[in-house]
Design a protein around this ligand. Structure first.
Ligand code: CA
Length: 438
């Protein structure tokens, strides 16, 4: 099956000039969706499409521009700000609308005079979550992260024996998933120092981030009806950046025997833009297990997954401390990793495994990949790893040091995919600034 089509042609240019700039996150080949409205307004929410440095308002565009008769009715849920209703129309509709938007935004399009009036400036908009998140699951698919964190707790047995066979995950808290970081308040919680007789209650002292990708489900399966590998990909609507804010000191005390709880549920930030799986087609790569690793069990295997189940994406974390902001210094990059190297399982495998017991996924469910760390220095997607459990502070430009996040720190995640001869497909960014506990 051909994954790419005319909408992915690297030679395509848009009449929106900023979309043609090299290195732009949102060229005409991307076309991501976000749910938005005028900042501070009481406008109804609508879906917008990022194009270069501007946003096409699909509420205005559906009313003020002529569309082909196949595309016009499919745009309606987008005009009404209902990405779940749009997703429910199915993958054929997703591709028809992508094709319609691509033709409309292409240089020379006769729809340009209408759509020029429907472009908005990102800075004048506010964003909500793209979907109502009913369920949020966080996986642990970053093997270098699992190994590094395991080594901190179990030096002689870093990777538990189930890891290479079963995609590990837990059910997270959906209500505290937020669009954009904005601010995150340092949580209060129970912690216990190793040499203390009793725990104390107070502000978290080891506040961390986790650099992850999030997968947005675009289709539901009924309870008791697993989704096999052949069907899994058609259920995935899009991808987002995800910061799984983590209170390491609370986590260490509370996690046994049932896993993460309040150390994770105070905030999970996702980026506002949903980059569709259709847009990621040029970034698909073969799924391969390193030599000596077990092959996936048959229910997690398919020819298509082996052929093109993995994604060529780069993920980055950036830190901007209060001091850097005060002195006009730029943010510093803490890490950069390649998702192909970092992720042990593909998106399709996460969906199939999640439903393999009959669990029903719903449209708008969010699946986190787990922290995406590479094997090398400067490739770790959390401060827990970068500071080796808080024992090795990171030296920052300007003489500052960090083991964990301090009040006033702004942490930003970014991701993008670039292949030779192709255009950059970016996910934008998600930033969050740490507020004091009180
Ligand atoms: Ca996580």
């Amino acid at each position: 099956m051909l994954l790419t089509d005319a909408t992915h042609d690297p030679a395509l240019k848009s009449w929106v000039e900023s979309a043609n700039a090299p290195g732009c996150d949102f060229p005409i080949q991307n076309l991501p969706y976000a749910r938005l409205r005028g900042a501070g307004s009481d406008e109804p929410w609508r879906i917008g499409v990022a194009i270069g440095e501007q946003v096409l308002d699909l509420s205005m565009a559906s009313r003020q521009c002529p569309w082909g008769e196949a595309v016009a009715p499919l745009l309606q849920p987008l005009a009404e700000g209902d990405l779940a209703a749009f997703a429910a129309q199915g993958p054929t509709a997703w591709r028809l609308v992508r094709e319609g938007l691509s033709l409309a935004l292409e240089a020379g399009s006769d729809q340009a005079p209408f759509l020029e009036l429907c472009l908005r400036e990102p800075g004048e908009l506010e964003y909500s979550l793209p979907f109502v998140v009913r369920n949020y699951t966080d996986f642990y698919a970053g093997i270098h992260h699992a190994r590094a964190v395991g080594a901190l707790f179990r030096p002689d047995n870093p990777l538990l024996p189930n890891y290479t066979w079963v995609p590990i995950g837990y059910h997270g808290r959906a209500s505290s998933v937020v669009a954009e970081g904005g601010t995150v308040r340092r949580p209060m919680g129970q912690t216990k120092a190793a040499d203390a007789a009793e725990p104390v209650f107070g502000p978290c002292r080891r506040l961390d981030y986790e650099l992850e990708l999030g997968l947005w489900m675009g289709a539901a399966n009924d309870l008791g009806m697993p989704v096999d590998m052949a069907a899994a990909e058609s259920r995935l609507f899009g991808i987002t950046l995800l910061n799984d804010w983590s209170a390491r000191d609370m986590q260490a005390w509370e996690y046994q025997p049932l896993g993460p709880f309040l150390a994770k549920s105070f905030a999970t930030s996702v980026s506002p833009w949903v980059v569709t799986f259709d847009a990621l087609a040029p970034l698909r790569r073969p799924f391969q297990r390193p030599a000596g690793e077990p092959q996936p069990l048959p229910y997690l295997d398919s020819a298509r997954n082996r052929d093109s189940g993995a994604l060529e994406l780069t993920v980055e974390a950036w830190l901007h401390t209060e001091r850097m902001k005060k002195h006009g210094q730029p943010a510093v990059r803490l890490s950069r990793a390649n998702v192909l190297q970092a992720a042990y399982w593909t998106p399709a495998q996460l969906v199939t495994h999640h439903t393999s017991n009959g669990c029903n996924l719903q449209i708008g469910d969010l699946l986190g990949t787990g922290t995406l760390s590479g094997p090398g220095d400067g490739e770790s997607g959390s401060l827990l790893e970068l500071s080796r459990g808080g024992k090795a502070p990171i030296e920052l430009p300007g003489g500052e040091r960090r083991t964990f996040l301090e009040d006033g720190d702004t942490l930003t995640l970014k991701a993008y995919g670039e292949v030779p001869g192709g255009v950059r497909i970016g996910l934008g960014s998600v930033a969050g600034t740490v507020l004091p506990a009180d």
